[in-house]
Ligand binder design. Structure first.
Ligand code: ADP
Ligand code: MG
Length: 494
């Protein structure tokens, strides 16, 4: 917006414009599959290896080599397709998509063309307390290209072909997403689903989940789609939202100035919060697709698809409902627990050892999640086991330690040790005591240190009892049984 427009006027201008136009978004997500090896050969796909070490002659596209399809990739595609309510194509073939690129040694990318393995379907997202189905166009299997690295040498580009041939799923929506918030929720949901199914690790920083954002605007009520711009390779979910907001803002400003929006591929710059053009896009690239003659078409039997279907894990929505009815947990707790399948599994396993389900949820969603975030690890990378967590909850429930001792003193040790909570409490002398002599000493100490408050209490300010109990808790470092403390205080002050 031009800065010479006074601020008040600028505001009305912005409001008027955002009411006048509507946003249309379609997303293409590339998800790298968690197979051990590449789509058409045995090279490893592990992230972070020395450049050009996972490069067999097949990856390098040497003449005379023959690709062979990794059936795990097909299984993973079907898993995701069934989960997203797609119809599964039974007669499939791989096609060559021909184009030249320095990190594509074969001169073509193997992809699917007229028969994407999954068609249609939808992903349900939550928007302002409402559910919305984001319609999918297709999910297809393709191989990734290598990486061109431009920032090592000033004038030269390095090429790392480790990634070439890595199996990807491309998940393509219809142009039916109506806001950056919906896009944010959709990508969050897709990441959750691929992780849930264990088909992709969803790690956007390492590029195993990448998102291309297609954006257009049109006047409200118009039925034709506007000219779209594709913002490539947005590398975090937050940036998906920010890139859309920046692009929509740019488009509205152009329209308002009477300028024409041109079909382009753009990139989002985090530092300036703006998008900039990479290239103009011709309408239809001619990739000269044809069926790859080195790969036989593959047919999927109904029995095979049914077998995959029957082995699908319980899905988040169903699990949320189950946890609610079985354990009586709230919407909030169950939704949070089911954000991540491993967390939900950890919860369920812990219920085998204690019936205090609410306490399990509280520990997991509070201090445990915090620990995972701070250390940037997943549940299966943490040393704490369900049985140990249960031992801690039981200790609190038996009145042997209070919650704050449990979470601040014992849990941190449990994260690093395979002992049970009681052993740690004993070793560190943290068990609550009901030894009245010991408690009496703490009580006396507190009362002596607060003569003014004691006088006030005696004059009738009975509410001060809570203060005294709290102080005893402090000096005893949580070890004094609060019931005995309260009794002792009452008798001493009367
Ligand atoms: P292309 O051939 O350019 O890749 P596609 O038709 O395959 O285009 O669509 C790619 C993505 O762009 C899809 O997610 C689709 O929903 C979305 N899309 C297509 N047209 C528009 C539009 N006018 N505005 C927003 N998104 C669009
Ligand atoms: Mg496309």
């Amino acid at each position: 917006m031009q800065s010479f427009i006074p601020k008040a006027q600028r505001l009305t201008f912005a409001v008027m414009n955002s009411n006048k136009y509507e946003t249309v978004i379609g997303l293409e997500i590339h998800a790298q599959l968690l197979t051990n090896t590449k789509l058409f050969c045995g090279d490893s796909i592990a992230f972070g290896a020395e450049p050009n070490t996972h490069v067999s002659p097949i990856t390098l596209g040497h003449p005379g080599t023959l690709p062979k399809t990794n059936t795990k990739a097909i299984e993973y595609a079907i898993k995701l397709g069934l989960t997203c309510n797609c119809s599964i194509e039974q007669k499939n073939y791989f096609a060559r998509k021909n184009y030249f690129y320095p990190d594509l040694p074969k001169g073509y990318q193997i992809s699917q063309h007229t028969t994407p393995i999954c068609k249609g379907g939808f992903v349900t997202i939550q928007t302002n307390d409402q559910e919305k189905n984001i319609q999918l166009n297709r999910i297809h299997i393709e191989e990734d290209a290598g990486k061109s690295i431009h920032d090592i040498y000033e004038t030269d580009t390095c090429i790392d072909l480790n990634r070439a041939g890595t199996p990807l799923l491309e998940i393509v929506t219809e142009p039916c997403i109506q806001s950056s918030e919906e896009a944010f929720n959709y990508v969050t949901e897709v990441r959750k689903l691929v992780r849930w199914l264990n088909v992709c690790d969803g790690n956007m920083e390492e590029g195993s989940l990448r998102c291309d954002v297609n954006v257009s605007i049109r006047l409200k009520g118009e039925t034709q789609l506007g000219t779209k711009v594709e913002v490539k390779n947005v590398n975090s979910i937050r940036n998906v939202k920010r890139a859309i907001d920046a692009e929509v803002k740019r488009m509205i400003e152009m329209k308002e100035k009477g300028q024409k929006i041109i079909q382009q591929t753009r990139t989002y710059n985090v530092d300036t919060d703006t998008t900039s053009a990479i290239r103009e896009k011709e309408d239809a690239n001619d990739y000269r697709y044809f069926a790859d003659p080195d790969l036989t078409p593959f047919n999927l039997s109904t029995a095979y698809i049914e077998e995959i279907k029957s082995n699908l894990p319980i899905l988040p929505k169903q699990l949320i409902a189950d946890l609610k009815s079985k354990f009586g947990l709230s919407d909030y707790d169950t939704t949070q627990l089911c954000d991540d399948k491993m967390i939900a599994d950890f919860f369920i396993t812990t219920t085998q050892y204690t019936n205090n389900h609410k306490a399990i949820a509280n520990f997991i969603l509070g201090p445990i999640k915090q620990y995972l975030n701070e250390n940037n690890i997943a549940v299966n990378e943490m040393q704490l086991q369900p049985k140990q967590l249960a031992s801690l909850i039981i200790l609190v429930d038996e009145g042997k330690v209070n919650f704050s001792i449990a979470s601040t003193k014992i849990l941190p040790v449990l994260f690093k040790d395979d002992k049970v909570a009681l052993e740690i409490a004993q070793e560190q002398n943290l068990l609550q005591t009901n030894n009245s002599n010991e408690i009496e000493e703490w009580v006396n100490k507190v009362l002596q240190s607060m003569p003014d408050k004691v006088a006030e209490y005696k004059k009738g300010k009975k509410g001060l009892i809570g203060l005294f109990v709290g102080e005893v808790k402090k000096v005893s470092q949580g070890k004094a049984d609060p019931k005995i403390v309260t009794e002792l205080l009452a008798s001493k002050l009367s």
